[in-house]
Design a binder for this molecule. Structure first.
Ligand code: ARG
Length: 398
């Protein structure tokens, strides 16, 4: 009997060919499909894996954990890579790696495998996560090792009788989970070319936007979304619903050029209605409930967190330390945000919290103003002191 390997199996061409390629190398291949909330047909994926030559198929439904333990942590952090990307693909990799390691243990496998190429971020995220969780496991990355382009892969599949998925006609590479869809390749490789409408599956084009805006109220408890329009919901239902509502109004399309960890600039298009709506709403609630200093410092942590996730460093003490800080900041981030979804935008139009720091009697310019205007000159006198001293000693500012 050969060595056992657990392969992260998506059902696409690369991983289907990888099943057979590994089997030809003498491995017994266990195909693992991780369900991150896409409505994929389990039977169909399983059939494809077995037809390609896997000895066993394992299906793991982790969509709830994906949102609770990964995506919502990034939400609480306010993480957007390079200011735009909500990290759907990047967040899924450590969880898939964790599943690979668990199944490897259950199956007595000595190796795990994934279908990443040698020039992307995902190979780094998988490899580093597996190394952190189970350093004794060997990692095989067939696509990184074999020298086949798409044509050669298709020939290989034909020769070996591997069923080719329907999506094979598409020039795009797509990765998707509940937190968002990532699309690259084909015409998108020209950063000057507008994304063809066909790349978008979740978000409506302007011609199909509803004429009336959609309003939705999102309630957070300590930074975590728990209800829509007053109705309590688990994470999967809540995110699904926001993807639908946002999608109807074209919310959550992102078109960017980003810097990969391996040094390549890449053009990627994303659809992430729920993530964009939730990140926007969550930040609005922090505007209300965090102090100026907390907000300023937390913004730096948000950037650190986004980079850490993007760079594949999920299973590190550094992430745990940042999570501890972020959790502490979220103690009073409880309340409700009203969002207006309209014509591609998710706009905050209302916010309230039992822990709000907004004080009407301090803010108002109308009757009832409690702010002591006469105390201001004294405050300004002290505040401006260093500037005056410096001007005196070193000359006035031009
Ligand atoms: N650029 C994104 C990231 O590194 C997505 C990568 C996968 N994209 C894809 N279309 N397969 O996280």
């Amino acid at each position: 009997m050969g060595e056992k390997v657990v392969l992260a199996y998506s059902g696409g061409l690369d991983t289907s060919v990888a099943v057979r390629w590994l089997a030809d190398k003498g491995y017994e291949v266990v195909a693992l499909t991780v369900d991150l909330g896409l409505d994929r047909e389990r039977e169909e994926v399983q059939g494809r894996a077995l037809a390609a030559g896997a000895v066993k198929f394992v299906w793991r439904d982790v969509k709830e954990s994906f949102l609770r333990d990964y995506a919502f942590k990034a939400l609480k952090a306010g993480a957007l890579y390079q200011g735009h990307y909500p990290l759907a693909t990047a967040l899924s990799r450590p969880l898939i790696a964790k599943c690979l390691v668990e199944v490897a243990q259950e199956e007595g496998a000595t190796a795990v495998a994934h279908g990443c190429t040698g020039k992307g971020n995902d190979q780094v995220r998988f490899d580093v996560s597996v190394q952190a969780l189970a350093p004794h496991l060997r990692i095989v990355a067939p696509v990184r090792e074999w020298d086949m382009d798409r044509e050669a892969e298709l020939r290989y599949a034909q020769e070996k009788g591997i069923p080719v998925p329907l999506s094979q006609g598409s020039p795009y590479s797509v990765d998707a989970n509940l937190w968002g869809r990532s699309i690259e390749c084909g015409p998108l490789e020209d950063p000057w070319q507008e994304p063809p409408e066909e790349v978008f599956l979740w978000t409506a084009p302007p011609s199909r936007w509803a004429r009336e805006p959609i309003y939705v109220e999102i309630t957070f408890h300590q930074g975590v979304p728990v209800a829509l329009d007053g109705k309590e919901m688990g994470p999967v239902e809540l995110v699904r619903r926001l993807n639908e509502l946002g999608g109807e109004q074209g919310v959550g399309r992102i078109d960017m050029v980003e810097d990969r960890l391996v040094g390549i600039k890449t053009r990627e298009v994303y659809e992430a209605p729920a993530a964009v709506i939730l990140l926007t709403a969550h930040e609005a609630l922090e505007q209300l409930t965090l102090s100026r200093e907390q907000r300023r410092f937390k913004q730096r942590i948000a950037q650190e967190y986004a980079e850490l996730v993007y760079y594949g460093l999920w299973f590190t003490r550094h992430r745990q330390d940042l999570d501890a800080y972020i959790a502490s900041t979220q103690r009073f981030v409880t309340g409700t945000v009203r969002m207006k979804l309209f014509q591609g935008q998710a706009v905050v139009v209302g916010r309230k919290s039992p822990h709000s720091l907004y004080d009407f009697s301090l803010a108002t310019y109308e009757a009832g103003d409690k702010f002591d205007h006469r105390a201001s000159p004294g405050f300004i006198h002290i505040w401006g002191l260093p500037a005056r001293v410096q001007a005196q000693a070193q000359g006035r500012e031009e």
